[in-house]
Design a protein around this ligand. Sequence first.
Ligand SMILES: [Zn+2]
Length: 181
Amino acid sequence: MIVKDKEFGEVIVRKSPLARNIKFSVSTSGRLSMSVPKYTSNFLAKRFLESNRKMIREKLPIKNPEEQRARDYRKKVLMKKAREYLPYRLEYFAKLYGYKYEKCRLSHANTRWGSCSSNRTISLNIGLMKVPEKLRDYVILHELAHLNHMDHSKAFWAEVAEHDKNYKIHEKKLKQFNPGL
Ligand SMILES: [Zn+2]
C-alpha cells in the first residue's frame, strides 16, 4: 500500500505477517518504506509515521517526491532498453563460449552490476545500459565465468581473461560508474 505524505512523498507500507513491530527503511526508489505487523490499521501506521517524523528526517536519506518520480522514469526507460538487449547479449556470449545458464534476470540493485546464483540464474543490472559496451560485455563474461567457478579464485580470473584479455582495465573503469539509478 502507498500512503501519500506531505513531507516524504509516497510512503510504502508493507503489511507483513512476520513483522513484530514497525520498522522504517528506504526503498531502492528512495521512498520511505514502513514494514508493519499484518493487522496494523492505516490509522495507526500514519500515527506512527507522525511520531517518528523527526527521526526519519534526520536518519533516513529519503528523496523528495520529484526525485522519486524522476528516478521511476529513468528506471522505466533503462528497463525497456535492458529488456531488449541484455538477455540477447548474454545468450550471444553463452553460445559463443559454450556456457549453459538457466535463466536471465534483470535487476536494479544499487550495489552490484551482476550476479550468478548456484541455480545458474544470471542477474544483470539494468544500469549496465548506461556504461560503455566493453564494460557491459565484461560484466556479462564475468558472470558467465561464475557458472564454472562460484568464487574469485585464480582459475576464475583465468577463465575471464580467456574471453576478455583487458578485464583488469574494464574492472577498474567500471568503478567510475554507479549501478544505482
Ligand atoms: Zn564475481
